[in-house]
Design a binder for this molecule. Structure first.
Ligand code: ADE
Length: 413
């Protein structure tokens, strides 16, 4: 058995963390219990944030009969104790450690690719795109699933260029994923990461949220709930209008740059906060990113132009700018919620990973041609129904008359 982790002796802490998360992941628990070795004999390559929630997911895959290989989907998001637990107790091959170099990150990805997986689970698209660059490793792939907005965009581009080699289910696009994981998950875990890194008062601060997709909506709402005065920047006119009518200030980043105390990017795009904006900022401005990749803030050029760099405490770097002002960067500009905290809460990851599990079974059964697919509606609905059930919430049902009314066109005023 192969693995590459920080320290196997951390396994006991990883076990306790996994069990704690499991209490909030009851839908996945039900699916695990009712499963009858549906993935028996399949090799599943996963590139995911190695957290206690992912731990529960890969254990579910293993219990369903799969052989699982897991690498990190970000160099800073691995929980080393969880990695140790999966290796020691579950004999799952894990490749990742918190703070790994970019070289190690890609080596770990390669370890998983070399196993020639039958199914692939990705978060951000690195595993799937690298399998496309190395087709000798992808010959067994029946299909893949993708967890996040950024990954889905990359794979749709691959598909548009007619280069996609196998079917991919965009788990991100399920209602029971993005409405909860992206919005409430990113919202809460971004505040969590910010507070663990800085421990400063949010109330009264001017917080600039770049991007008003589902993640940005969640971040803006939660910082606002903590008493911040929130500004939103957007490029999409509909989303900008939504932000206005949700009660936020909306303006261009170059204007917001002069006013903000705290900046959080959630766009999925690059160079959202560039050097021009950073030079306009107030002395002491704090910068952080909650998007998937570390390209939203121009950290490379910030490193180049700064006069001095100084580590203040874990996950806070101070940059002295040529104009004499200082800015503070959290978690190297990598995704704040996982670099500085523990990622989304288990209860939302419960729904995301249940969609993942059911989508993998679907891919195995259907053998689809290469394309990017949405999660089938019956899966999305099943996850919502089970989540309500596990929360002890009952809802009404349509009567026969109501069903007829909704399917007719004759009855008007
Ligand atoms: N992405 C965001 N939060 C996560 C978590 N807790 N586990 C796995 N992936 C995540």
């Amino acid at each position: 058995m192969e693995y590459r982790i920080k320290d196997i002796n951390l396994a006991e802490i990883g076990r306790k963390k996994t069990e704690w998360a499991c209490r909030e992941m009851k839908v996945l628990g039900l699916l695990r219990k009712e499963d009858e070795k549906s993935l028996n004999g399949l090799k599943i390559g996963c590139c995911l944030h190695i957290t206690s929630e992912t731990s529960n997911f890969v254990i579910t895959l293993k219990k369903a009969g799969a052989k699982v290989f897991l690498c990190a989907s970000n160099p800073l998001s691995t929980q080393d104790d969880v990695a140790a637990y999966l290796v020691k107790e579950h004999k799952i091959e894990v490749f990742g450690k918190k703070g790994e170099s970019e070289k190690e990150y890609y080596e770990n990805l390669k370890y998983v690719m070399e196993k020639k997986p039958d199914l692939v689970v990705d978060d951000g698209g690195d595993l799937i795109t690298n399998l496309h660059k190395n087709p000798s490793f992808s010959e067994n792939v029946i299909g893949a699933t993708e967890e996040t907005t950024t990954g889905v965009i990359r794979l749709e581009n691959l598909s548009k260029q007619k280069l996609l080699q196998f079917p991919v289910i965009a788990v991100n696009n399920a209602h029971t994923k993005y409405l909860f994981d992206n919005r409430y998950g990113t919202g809460q875990s971004t505040v969590d990461g910010f507070l663990r890194a800085t421990n400063i008062l949010i109330s009264g601060k001017i917080v600039v949220v770049c991007g008003y997709g589902w993640c940005g909506k969640g971040v803006a709402k939660r910082f606002s709930g903590m008493g911040a005065r929130v500004i939103v920047t957007e490029v999409n006119p509909v989303r900008a209008l939504e932000a206005v009518m949700d009660g936020f200030w909306v303006m261009k980043i170059k204007e917001a740059a002069k006013i903000g105390d705290i900046f959080i990017t959630t766009t999925g795009n690059r160079d959202v906060i560039g050097i021009d904006e950073i030079l306009k900022m107030k002395d002491g401005a704090i910068l952080a990113n909650s998007g998937h990749f570390n390209v939203e803030i121009d950290v490379k050029n910030l490193e180049k132009i700064c006069k001095k760099k100084n580590k203040i405490r874990d996950f806070i770097e101070e940059y002295l700018l040529p104009n004499g002002k200082r800015v503070y960067l959290l978690g190297e500009g990598r995704l704040l919620n996982l670099a500085c905290a523990e990622g989304h809460p288990s209860s939302v990851m419960d729904m995301s990973f249940s969609n993942q599990f059911l989508s993998l079974k679907y891919l195995k059964d259907k053998r689809l041609p290469p394309d990017v697919y949405n999660v089938p509606e019956e899966i999305d609905r099943k996850v919502a129904e089970l989540k309500l059930k596990t929360l002890g919430i009952k809802i009404d049902k349509l009567s026969k008359v109501q069903k007829e009314y909704l399917s007719s066109w004759k009855i008007g005023t």
